[in-house]
Structures are given as C-alpha cells and as structure tokens.
Design a protein around this ligand. Structure first.
Ligand SMILES: [Fe+2]
Ligand SMILES: [Fe+2]
Length: 188
C-alpha cells in the first residue's frame, strides 16, 4: 500500500475537524464532549504541522517563510477563539463565539490548502511528501496520546466515551480507554 503523503493526510484531517464543527453547529451530540474533541484534535494537528511540516516547507521554499509564519500565528489565534467559545458553552453567546472560531479555522485551512501545501507539493518529490506524511501522522498520533495505528486506537478517551454514549454501551462511565475501544469494537 502506498503511504499517504503529507498534503493528503493534512487535508483529510481538516475534513474531520470540519465534520466536528458541523456537528456542534447542528447541535448533533454533547456540546462539551465535541468541543473537547475539537480542542484535542486541533492542537495535535497544529503542533504536528509546526513540528514536522512547516519547517520542511520553509526549507524547500524559502519564499514561503512569511506565509508559514502567518499560518503559525493563525494556529494560536484559532486556539484563543476556541478557548473563548469553550468558556461559553452554556451561554447564549456560544454560537457567536463558536462561529468566530470556525471562521478563523476555515480561513486558515483555505490558505493552507490554496497556498502553503501546493507550494510544498511543488518543491519536493513524492517520496519526500510521503516521509513528511509519516512524520506528521506520527507526531499527531503521539499528541493524541496513543501510538496505535487502528482507527479506534487513534481516538482519545473523550472521543471513545462520546461514541460509547451514542452506541448506548452500558457501564461506559466506569470503563478505561482500552475497555471503551474494546466495547465499541464488539458492538460493531
Ligand atoms: Fe492544517
Ligand atoms: Fe495549520
């Protein structure tokens, strides 16, 4: 199986984040649990980009340095807006705060997908893109707190708990992370 390249993996993770945003906006699921999932996933995504991908872009395309610095700044801006929304989950101002966060992330994702990632793709060969993809995914997974390559193994405990709640798995509130993953696998 060919390894996924960094651009493909990053874009895939953007779509996963956007799906979570849509669930919050639609009120589909427990708001606090979803916000926690977004917080963990977004932080892991951004730190993995900063550690593994952004430096490679600047190295391969020195002209991109300013865009990359700007992107780095936008990561912090998004996290700041998410913290604000997170403090308002029971407030009537939540929607406004959450949409401000979503808007900032969408803007950032667009710049990444339209400018930064295409510049990377142009500057390096496919093998390098795949190596960067593996490095990105490893850093991201470690930041999520799990080194397992399985789908359920990549979820955080909060994500597993949320899935167990939706699947109405009995005894879920006293289960460990591994027990939750196992119960979900059995339930499939
Ligand atoms: Fe990204
Ligand atoms: Fe980013």
């Amino acid at each position: 199986m060919a390894a996924d390249d960094a651009v493909t993996l990053i874009e895939k993770d953007h779509r996963a984040l956007e799906a979570l945003f849509d669930r919050v906006t639609a009120g589909d699921g427990d708001r606090d649990a979803l916000i926690e999932q977004i917080n963990v996933r977004l932080a892991a995504h951004s730190r993995a980009e900063e550690a593994e991908v952004y430096p490679a872009i600047v190295q391969a395309q020195p002209g991109e340095e300013e865009d990359v610095e700007h992107a780095h700044h936008e990561h912090h801006e998004a996290e700041h807006l998410l913290r604000k929304a997170r403090n308002l989950t029971v407030s009537p101002h939540f929607d406004e705060a959450f949409q401000a966060f979503v808007g900032a992330v969408r803007h950032h994702v667009e710049e990444e997908e339209q400018k930064i990632l295409p510049a990377l793709r142009k500057a390096v060969d496919q093998a390098t893109l795949e190596q960067l993809g593996a490095a990105f995914e490893q850093a991201r997974t470690e930041l999520l707190g799990d080194e397992s390559g399985e789908d359920l193994g990549q979820a955080t405990k909060t994500e597993l708990y949320e899935m167990a709640k939706e699947a109405e798995i009995p005894g879920r509130s006293t289960m460990t992370k591994d027990e939750l993953a196992e119960a979900l696998r059995d339930n499939e």
